[in-house]
Design a protein around this ligand. Structure first.
Ligand code: SF4
Ligand code: SF4
Length: 204
């Protein structure tokens, strides 16, 4: 019954009828059709747009890689591992939250107990070949240790460059120069964070 209804339905309002009777089949007819279509007004509209922009001498492109566009601080590029300002040691406490939350399963880490009986990270790698730059690891980190930086040019011929922890860690000379960027990168705190976070009353 359903099939009958389907076959007998009025489709005149549902589809456009394509008229193919005028379609030329001889070579000359086909040629003239192509010429007519090519030299319609659209071609000249396109040419006019190009000419207009050429005359204006406005540059719409940059000479990449010699020139680079600035990217927003919230852009999620290759990760950065931050250090503590006071001691220059790594902020990462090895809690493992980033490893657990990573949906691409690309963070591998290991910890050990140091001579002061404190846990320290003995191994930490992010396989950037698998990473989808979702930002979860940076969001979940309680120590603001891992953030996304602005380095988006991460092509390499060497696979090991994609898991380079030392390359992600702020270099010590940068710490000495005081140029570790604290308030930049996805996952970092913003300059006005104190104003945005409600203080817990002391009597609570
Ligand atoms: S969440 Fe932060 S502190 Fe915890 S292991 Fe990852 S980077 Fe280290
Ligand atoms: S950005 Fe996402 S996929 Fe990449 S390491 Fe962090 S949690 Fe994993």
């Amino acid at each position: 019954m359903k099939n009958e209804q389907f076959n007998n339905r009025d489709i005149s309002n549902e589809y456009f009828k394509v008229d193919i009777e005028d379609y030329p089949t001889d070579p000359w007819g086909k040629f003239t059709r192509v010429v007519k279509r090519t030299f319609r007004g659209e071609l000249f509209v396109g040419l006019w747009v190009v000419m207009r922009e050429m005359i204006k001498f406005d540059t719409h492109t940059i000479s990449y890689p010699m020139e680079k566009m600035p990217i927003g601080p919230r852009y999620r590029a290759v990760h950065e591992m931050k250090r503590l300002w006071e001691s220059d040691t790594e902020r990462c406490i090895g809690c493992g939250l980033c490893e657990k939350i990573c949906i691409s399963n690309c963070i591998r880490m290991d910890t050990k107990i140091d001579e002061h009986s404190r846990k320290e990270v003995s191994e930490y790698t992010i396989n950037l070949g698998r990473c989808i730059f979702c930002g979860y690891c940076a969001e979940v980190c309680p120590e603001l240790a891992i953030t996304h930086g602005g380095e988006y040019e991460n092509a390499s011929e060497q696979r090991e460059h994609f898991i380079d922890y030392a390359g992600m860690l702020t270099p010590l000379d940068k710490m000495k120069a005081g140029t570790q960027k604290e308030f930049e990168g996805f996952g970092a705190i913003t300059p006005h964070e104190d104003e945005r976070v409600k203080k817990t009353p002391l009597a609570y």
